[in-house]
Design a protein around this ligand. Sequence first.
Ligand SMILES: Cc1cc2nc3c(=O)[nH]c(=O)nc-3n(C[C@H](O)[C@H](O)[C@H](O)COP(=O)(O)OP(=O)(O)OC[C@H]3O[C@@H](n4cnc5c(N)ncnc54)[C@H](O)[C@@H]3O)c2cc1C
Length: 425
Amino acid sequence: MSLTHPEPHVSIVMKKPRIVIAGAGIAGSLIASGLRDRTDCEVICLERVGEHEQGEAGTGLNIGPNAIKCLRLHLPREAEAIVGNSLPWSKWTIALTSGRPLMDLRLMDVADNAGVRIRWAELYALLRGPLDGHIAYNTELIGCGQDGPGLTTFVTWRSRETGAEGRIDDIDLLIAGDGRYSAIRQFVLGGPDTPAFLNVCLYRVLFPAGPDCPIDDYGQWFNGPNRLLAFRVPGDLIYCAGSFPIPAEGAIPEAMKQPDFLRAAYMPPDGPPSREAGYLIEAITRHADRLHWARLQEGSVSYGRKAGILLTGDAAHPMVPTLGQGATQACEDACVAVDEIRLALARKGGLADVPARVEERRAERIRFVVDLSRAATDTMLAGADPIEGTRWKTEAPFLLQLKTLYRDVPLPRMDRADDRRRTFA
Ligand SMILES: Cc1cc2nc3c(=O)[nH]c(=O)nc-3n(C[C@H](O)[C@H](O)[C@H](O)COP(=O)(O)OP(=O)(O)OC[C@H]3O[C@@H](n4cnc5c(N)ncnc54)[C@H](O)[C@@H]3O)c2cc1C
């Protein structure tokens, strides 16, 4: 494989299948990583931001046990890098901000292995580091389409450093890893998607734990539908994601972003907060001016509606982050995409069918994950009762669904030893 920088107005007669990946986020970097040692295809990876620049870099995330299990089966090198540079996610506790416990789940009761807790900046460094020199940073995909007699795929791009523009033609497989607002998704769907908003806002912040910090593994604390979520990540840092319902129309009101509002949202009505909730309330009010704000939303699922164009990660299934499955499913997508590309290259039958094959393997599972994530959001909606909303999450049917979520990951179809023999023969 050669991973190359795009040149302005390139016009090359291709012998090897050409794969263009837009976006070196979770899905895009993992796919590039899974293909990086190949000699039988050309891969071009375009990333809009600079090498050390990333919107989410100042926050953290939890990656589900299913992503780790899936990566170990498909991309073991990448799995071990992530596990080795993160903290295990082994517990999920839920309580009221007053301290009343509602749930205490050991993930090993519903999963085969732990998940991980990690900083975004660390995750990006781990995923992109090994691709050093192979990602075209500061290079934004600005358009894509299919033209010519054979309706071959092309993309257009612009350098954010120089303003230079170019076009890459004769693409055998275009992979959208460009996230929730993907330009390729719009092309495939025939226009902008209309997201469904759940009228809940979500804010995130990462800050030093400090002395006597009571936060460790993944916990949630509710005051009515207002939720604090927090866990420790490497570097002695605490990641906190808070949420509360917002009015149905428009942006998040500025008044709701102020320290007094935030404090009142989480203070229990009938007494002092627990040690954990008190610690988090103090921290979010202190860091109120640097919270990252978003609104909970989801869109439709689509992987492979057009031959030769594959949507992955948020570009395929923008979902609510309630169960921490967005990046997690981007990992599963990347594993299946790499597996199908390896199979197609081994068959030497072209890459046009890869999107349909990925869709076939992924659609049912992703609809299950999207639906489960939305159902689990019940406690965050206006008027929700966290006690009732948590009760069903401790009962057998939901625990069974968690087992399916965390254990039933897609298995590899391509035998890797056989693949290496064919690729490097
Ligand atoms: C508040 C919040 C909390 C979350 N917490 C979690 C969590 O704890 N666990 C979890 O699993 N998921 C979580 N998620 C979801 C997770 O962030 C996403 O699902 C995940 O990042 C999707 O990965 P991706 O590879 O599809 O896209 P992204 O990670 O968004 O990557 C897209 C990449 O494409 C690049 N790009 C965009 N447009 C272009 C373009 N035109 N040209 C070139 N490059 C482009 C971007 O710069 C970026 O690098 C959370 C989401 C939110 C909003």
